[in-house]
Write a protein that binds this ligand. Structure first.
Ligand code: ZN
Length: 160
């Protein structure tokens, strides 16, 4: 069976940046299982997996536009410490959940000043080329329920 819309694909993968640093990997864990064609993975990866079969291996380099987007410097903001939660122990690189009008947003502390904090709302992988090494472990048809829920049930997925 080939990977197509509404199949469940299980993949082993390693994600590295252009310097070879491992950002994420399924190594040592269960393969990642997802329902194909429903936006579960970044678009640039799903399109390359389309049509692949169990046992296929591929390497994919994905530009930021097809990954987590380009960096937007407008999304870096200086926030007075008086507006930060009282007693917050802030450190460089720390990620915080900020509440905005559109719900929760993860921001990264990128600079600390005596009276202010610089927060970056870009995705940590925005502007990064993503290098995936993927092996397809299994492909099967998704159940009607999985298609309805948009996620995989059973091994590697939800149990409910
Ligand atoms: Zn479900």
């Amino acid at each position: 069976m080939q990977i197509a819309r509404h199949t469940v694909a299980s993949i082993d993968y390693t994600l590295t940046d252009d310097d070879g640093n491992v950002i994420d990997s399924s190594n040592g864990g269960a393969p990642l299982a997802y329902v194909h064609g429903m936006g579960a993975l970044i678009p640039g990866l799903e399109s390359q997996l389309e049509g692949k079969r169990k046992g296929d291996a591929l390497k994919v380099r994905i530009a930021p536009a097809d990954g987590y987007g380009e960096r937007d410097e407008q999304m870096v903001a200086r926030v007075p410490r008086t507006q930060m939660p009282k007693g917050a122990q802030l450190e460089l690189g720390m990620q915080l959940e900020a509440r905005g009008p559109d719900g929760g947003q993860v921001v990264t502390v990128v600079k600390l000043e005596d009276d202010a904090v610089w927060l970056d709302a870009n995705h940590p992988l925005a502007g990064v080329h993503l290098n995936f090494a993927v092996t397809i472990v299994d492909v099967r048809a998704a159940s009607a329920e999985e298609i309805q829920h948009g996620h995989v049930h059973g091994p590697g997925g939800h149990h409910h």
